[in-house]
Design a binder for this molecule. Sequence first.
Ligand SMILES: C[S@@+](CC[C@H](N)C(=O)[O-])C[C@H]1O[C@@H](n2cnc3c(N)ncnc32)[C@H](O)[C@@H]1O
Length: 268
Amino acid sequence: MVRLFARWLAQEHGNPKGSGYGSLYEEHIHKHQSLGLSPSEARQAAVGGEFESIGKLERDCLLALGLNEKTKLVDLGCGSGRLARQVVSVIGPEGSYLGLDVSKTLIEEACTQIKGNIGNIPFKFQVIQDCRVPCEDNSMDLLVAFSVVTHIDLEDTFSYLVEALRILRPGGRMVVSYLSADVQDHWDIFLNEGQIPYEHRSQQVRNHVFMPGMLQYLVERAGFKIEKDFRADEKWIPLTEPVLLFGRDIAVGDPAYLGQACLVLRKV
Ligand SMILES: C[S@@+](CC[C@H](N)C(=O)[O-])C[C@H]1O[C@@H](n2cnc3c(N)ncnc32)[C@H](O)[C@@H]1O
């Protein structure tokens, strides 16, 4: 069944499935700029802010899960390079980094963020439009989607899960962060989203909150094995350097949390 779906994904279906998301994000960046931010600041803010600190948290989360200099990494919904900027010094010439996003503007910013730092490391970015991951079957070690499935429709999340399973090598992992209704802050986001008038919902970047078990059901239907499921408020990330997050210093040795729940999946 999943294989049939993968074949269906590989066919053409009129407008590229992700093209609407791209224009929503361009508008989202524009809104930040109209608040008085410079173009670069707006591109950094558009992915959620705390550019430096969250990037370090994302990197440390992956280091804790085994990211190393040889990892072949796909950063799905890489945005303006929050993670790319931090993994430039981790991934070596035997590894690789591929950043994918629907927003050309954010990818341009990501390129600027890492410019001059990549030496001979295979670092690439690509604009995508169709819920496909442009990699060979069984070729990559790790695919991450930080704060991406929170902004897309469930059906598109499923398409990406099927694609992720295809491109990962056996034993490879996917890390996906998400908003989960079982923590109060995320439940509040859910209630706020409900305040958006129906006719405006398709015209802005949405924050989708998962009900407990929902994403887990999808990942298992796609064929992944769930290795870990960290709660949004669970302190599980060992920091490799101190970070200043929302005005609070977090020291090395104090485990940190991402603020989103995090599923760690394995292709068996
Ligand atoms: C909240 S930002 C997170 C960016 C990055 N992962 C990070 O943590 O800094 C969400 C990102 O998902 C991208 N995005 C939105 N819809 C997408 C889709 N259908 N496919 C791939 N990326 C998408 C957006 O352009 C944006 O860069």
